[in-house]
Design a protein around this ligand. Structure first.
Ligand SMILES: Cc1ncc(COP(=O)(O)O)c(C=O)c1O
Length: 287
């Protein structure tokens, strides 16, 4: 049902076609780096500006020298233009060198790869997905919160909690019992008077679709609130949906024992994303 992201169609390391990575690399040694996974539609890169803005912010917070935007855009576009490409992944590691954790005079390394699109059951977007709660608790680290950094062991462990292919996603909470993210998605819960998405100041990844959705939903007149969301509050939601750059938005139809109807807010977001991508709306889709 889900095509694994295994063989890359093409790989470049620091702009050169490559099949392997020179060692050492601090990304491998310490998870010292950042990454972005971009969806490609008809050669266009979805949400390119938001991906680059998050990468830039990650570089600032981790004190990694950000590559020139023009270099990144050219390399991402080259990958998106590979026939059949549906995903482009950019990994930016701090590079090779330093002494142990000390990382001075290190040049960042860019790894850009094009992949076939990941095939998922089309009804997940229309009829919704079944989701479970994960037992794993996310640690708090405000210095890393929101970033798409290379340390993703929490998500790897959380994803090991289930093998049933009918379960599309697992929700992760922090040590206080607040819902933070899915293993690969952001979460929105819709109530009569507001749409809530978790605050990500202590842990979690601030997704590009989450950011776009926050803007669009507010523009459309919804009351959108970013705050801590207790797990128990999910039971009272009229609608829950999940977002990420590859899937766009998925309605949740079941969360453990509770069922939900795919709702109008998720549908509205899906339609808005589809319209933007079809019309190559500036900033949302770039070719
Ligand atoms: C833990 C986690 N949260 C949220 C997201 C969604 O982020 P984006 O919308 O940028 O794809 C991802 C994406 O992979 C993720 O891994």
């Amino acid at each position: 049902m889900v095509r694994p992201m295994t063989d890359a169609l093409a790989t470049w390391v620091d702009g050169q076609a490559a099949n392997s990575l020179p060692l050492p690399d601090r990304g491998l040694e310490f998870g010292d780096g950042l990454y972005e996974t971009l969806a490609v539609r008809e050669g266009g890169l979805r949400l390119l500006d938001r991906h680059l803005a998050r990468l830039q912010e990650g570089c600032r917070r981790l004190a990694i020298d950000a590559p020139a935007r023009a270099t990144l855009v050219a390399e991402l576009r080259r990958a998106a233009a590979i026939p059949g490409a549906g995903l482009v992944k950019l990994v930016l590691t701090r590079g090779a060198g330093g002494t142990g954790y000390v990382a001075d005079a290190v040049t960042p390394r860019r790894i850009v790869q094009a992949f076939l699109p990941r095939i998922r059951a089309p009804e997940w977007a229309t009829q919704g997905v079944a989701v479970r709660r994960c037992r794993l608790r996310l640690a708090e680290q405000p210095a890393l919160a929101g970033l798409k950094h290379l340390n993703r062991l929490e998500q790897v462990l959380a994803r090991r909690e289930w093998a049933d292919p009918a379960i599309a996603e697992g929700l992760t909470s922090d040590v206080h019992g607040y819902v933070v993210c899915g293993t690969m998605t952001n979460v929105f819960a819709v109530y009569a008077d507001s749409i809530v998405t978790p605050e990500l100041a202590r842990c979690g990844v601030a997704g590009v679709v989450r950011a776009q959705a926050l803007d669009w939903l507010a523009e459309a007149g919804h009351r959108v609130v970013v705050r801590d969301l207790r797990d128990a509050e999910l039971d009272a939601a009229r609608e829950i949906f999940l977002t990420n750059a590859v899937i766009g938005a998925w309605p949740v139809r079941a969360l453990d024992g509770r069922t939900y109807e795919p709702g109008p807010v998720c549908r509205e977001l899906q339609q808005r994303l589809a319209r933007a991508w079809e019309s190559a709306e500036a900033g949302v889709c770039a070719s």
